[in-house]
Ligand binder design. Sequence first.
Ligand code: GH3
Ligand code: MG
Length: 544
Amino acid sequence: MIEEEIMDLQKYRNHLIQNIKNKLSEWARSEETELIPFKEVYRFLHSIKGTSGTLQLVGLVEISAELLSKLEGRVENWDKFEVKNFLYPLIEFIYKHENSNELANLNETVLYSNAPVIHIIDDDVSMLILLKDVLEGEGWIVITNTNPEKAVKQYFEMKPDCLIIDIHLPQKDGFQILEEIYEHNKKHFIPTIMISIKSSKETRMKAYQKGADDFFKKPIDLEEFVAKINRHLQRKKLFDESVLIDELTQVYNRKYLLESLNRFYQDFKRTKQPFSISIVDIDFFKKINDTYGHLMGDQVLRDFAQYIKKNVRNLDMIFRYGGEEFVIIFPKTNNVDAKKRLNELIRGFSQIEFTHNDNNFTVTFSAGLFTVDDMGIEISEALKEADSSLYEAKRLGRARVECLQMTSNTYKNNVLNISVIDDDIIIRSLLAQVLDSISIENFELNIKTFENGPSFLNSAHAKEEVNHFLILDGIMPEMDGLEVLQNIKQGKSVNKYKVLMLTGRNSKYEIERALRLGADDYVTKPFNVNELRVRVERILNTLK
Ligand code: GH3
Ligand code: MG
């Protein structure tokens, strides 16, 4: 009896959700110029709120109530994009509700933008799927290839932190891949692990001679495999860091500055919290060298860098930019606060007494400031602006901070077309939102969603001669995703496309076909939204 009641409730819940989806689809299909009456959205939410209470969908009651309260005072009609953004919490709820069982089973790994990237090349798809699953469970980003030609290309694009290669591959064996990447690997110390069914001493020796760091015999002991990779990644990280520290002053070097600035810029675009960049330069440094000698000059540089490092917050960062020029990044800091801090630093440092033989002297520095608080500005421009301000600080007498923050110009960006093709309105809206929150420096992202293959293939969006990133559902009613993939990969613009396939969790066949047909990566459904964002960000950054 009770069982029956529960089942019935489930039936009505599905019905409600289907109704919501139908309405969302209807709005999504409307013309861009067509306005959606304010009243319609209101009635829609109102009805959800009423019904979901009865159906004991507590989360949905809360979301609809919250959205309704935000509608108070509103009278204007909406365009469809506005509606989609507004209703995002609802879309997220439905996604989680529909996939709750499977999402609960997903490892709750947290992926960070700086998660290590592991590249696996193996034509045995079962092995590939298994390893990808296990390694992603560790919070690492895993990219996979079955085709060696494509793998080498992807290796240079993605610059992984660890490489795993099967020896026996079609066309080209693992040893040949090792040869092709040898020079790059030597410079970047990318740990390379060979895996193979054959493990004769001869095979292992050959692997090591060609540049492999490690060798695992199949079947692989996964626990040991993960432990080893972890070790390799730790060493790789230490190596990367040592390359990023300036030897004399022991603060970060210029190479790391550019990388960090990009990261802070991404965070800014996501969080909208401004951050400040300052170029600082020691005043009359040449005179210190001339008067007290180069060794003393070096000492001043060291002390200066350490003074700044000790007197800024933990999250602030200092970099040696050039000779006696440094850059300080103040994350989550507006212009006024950054200026105040710089003034304190200038005052504090000027009071430090240096001693050379019996002479005491003090040193000052000047600072140029620029605060990134506007989407229109690019990092390279921001640095230039900070530099002009530094010049102004020097001109006005030194030992001071200046900020000439000019209004940002309009910059011409490259265009990257992004398409999502999925028959499910929830997935489409969810992905559109995820993509919307991503920004890639110097690129204007042009995002469009399609509910089936043909509408995409026939669209102007697909035909434009620009780089294109495609998220493609594997299984769709009208035209299978794999068919769409095939279509693109046989087209003349194949090189302009990067394709991420959405596949079923357990469908080896689908994954296999996708990779063979040239998909650049795959993600199994249901996916964790945050994880997907990080992955997509990584892929998009390789398109720069
Ligand atoms: P201003 O106040 O306008 O910045 O004058 P300045 O003398 O500080 O600047 P200028 O650019 O004329 O001179 C900078 C000097 O810094 C020239 C260069 O020899 C010296 N320098 C650059 N790198 C190092 C270093 O690593 N160690 C030492 N001791 N000197 C360095
Ligand atoms: Mg100077």
